[in-house]
Design a protein. Structure first.
Length: 420
């Protein structure tokens, strides 16, 4: 069950579909723009905002890594350019911006940055992204160097099956990560001959099938890998994602549940299962999966709590959903994907809660000025719910000049304007 203010809009849903495909292909910058467009639909906002955050994380980390590499190579000006780009890409994500500013300060002092281990992804389904955007400039330019760079972004289990593969495999994997499906295919055929039966090659072939949107082949590849390497959690998530894309949502959930029976500490798997169950309308099962995810993932993660709140909302347990989201907001007070659902639930409760919803949405507008127009329309809606039509009219007049070109945005503004 989804609660929103207006019906699903084709443009937003098309944007969401594009974004999800681009995300799986590692085309983070393009996916970011589409996720932000999709977030204009309240039915998609939670997922779209969380994924937009994930895109920013990847783009920031890649540019910071490039800046560190250039600093070590004693190219301070180019290093600074990449650090400044990272700051720009961070947008209103305070923690990401702070990391970029810290590196800029270190570069200003002339202190070369050591190369850190890549941060673990914090998106709801970290294993569901098969490829990564290459650095804006190659790290040394050699496939082996790029291969090592990409390996650092993977889980230990993935590295275990990929790192030993030599010959043409590093070239194949680099091309795959850079979205070059045709080039990767040529080199992977050679790698398959060089490493017959290797799980790492089969895994890469599965990623290639995902890149080509060949869902049936991708599912078969990942099923084989899971049979060979039962603790390779990423392959299990990729398999579930392929089944989901192939329109086999029931099989996706069943496959993931079977994996989680053997690997109950795989928190990302529980998170993905919760999302799949919500899509299927299985709120009770989604609630259970989200609670499992919250128990096994590190304490600072908010994604399981957002999913838990969505499940509680679907079960009409609005007060419990609010309490859960407020707990998430205590951990991440500047995350709009946490705050926006709080505003939605407060607005749904109505009465004095609508006034609190307006405050929450104003906070969202400050944190995410690119979509400030959307949050301010929700402020106006909260004022209308309280009977404060004059205040609502003022907000709508403030919003009007910044409305995007999409007809859905104008239609929603007109709807609210008629209400006052």
């Amino acid at each position: 069950m989804v609660f929103g203010w207006f019906s699903k809009k084709p443009a937003a849903h098309r944007a969401m579909e594009r974004a999800e495909k681009l995300f799986r292909q590692g085309r983070w910058a393009e996916a970011l723009a589409d996720y932000e467009e999709a977030a204009s639909d309240p039915a998609l906002a939670d997922r779209a905002l969380a994924q937009a955050r994930a895109c920013r994380e990847r783009l920031v980390e890649l540019n910071l890594e490039e800046a560190r590499a250039l600093s070590r190579a004693e190219e301070p000006e180019r290093a600074r350019e990449h650090a400044e780009l990272a700051l720009q890409l961070a947008g209103d994500e305070t923690d990401l911006a702070d990391r970029a500013r810290k590196l800029l300060e270190d570069l200003s002092r002339g202190a070369p940055e050591p190369r850190p281990a890549a941060a673990v992804d914090t998106v709801a389904c970290t294993a569901c992204s098969p490829v990564a955007e290459p650095p804006s400039e190659p790290l040394g330019g050699e496939p082996e160097d790029l291969f090592a760079f990409y390996l650092e972004t993977l889980t230990p289990a993935e590295r275990r099956i990929l790192e030993p593969l030599g010959g043409t495999f590093p070239e194949a994997f680099v091309r795959l990560q850079q979205g070059d499906a045709e080039g990767a295919s040529v080199f992977l055929e050679q790698a398959a001959d060089e490493h017959p039966g290797a799980a790492g090659v089969e895994y890469a072939l599965g990623l290639l099938a995902l890149l080509r949107q060949e869902w049936t082949e991708a599912e078969a590849r990942f099923r084989t890998v899971v049979e060979q390497v039962p603790d390779l959690d990423a392959a299990a998530s990729h398999r579930a994602e392929a089944l989901r894309e192939a329109g086999k949502a029931d099989e996706a959930r069943a496959a993931l549940e079977a994996h989680l029976e053997a690997r109950p500490e795989y928190g990302e798997g529980w998170t993905l299962l919760a999302a799949l169950c919500l899509e299927a309308g299985e709120a009770e099962r989604a609630l259970e999966a989200a609670e499992r995810a919250a128990r096994v993932l590190e304490e600072g993660r908010v994604e399981p709590l957002v999913l838990k709140a969505r499940a509680l909302e679907a079960l009409d347990r609005v007060d419990q959903a609010l309490e859960t989201l407020q707990g998430a907001a205590a951990r991440a007070p500047d995350r709009v994907e946490v705050l926006a659902p709080i505003g939605r639930l407060l607005l749904r409760k109505g009465g004095p809660s609508a006034e609190r919803a307006a405050e929450v949405y104003r906070r969202c507008a400050a944190l995410d000025p690119d979509r400030g127009w959307w949050y301010l329309m929700r402020v106006a809606e909260a004022y209308i719910a309280r009977g404060w039509k004059g205040e609502a009219r003022e907000v709508l007049e403030q919003v009007a000049p910044g409305l995007p070109e999409e007809p859905e945005a104008r239609a929603e503004w007109e709807r609210l304007r008629r209400a006052v």
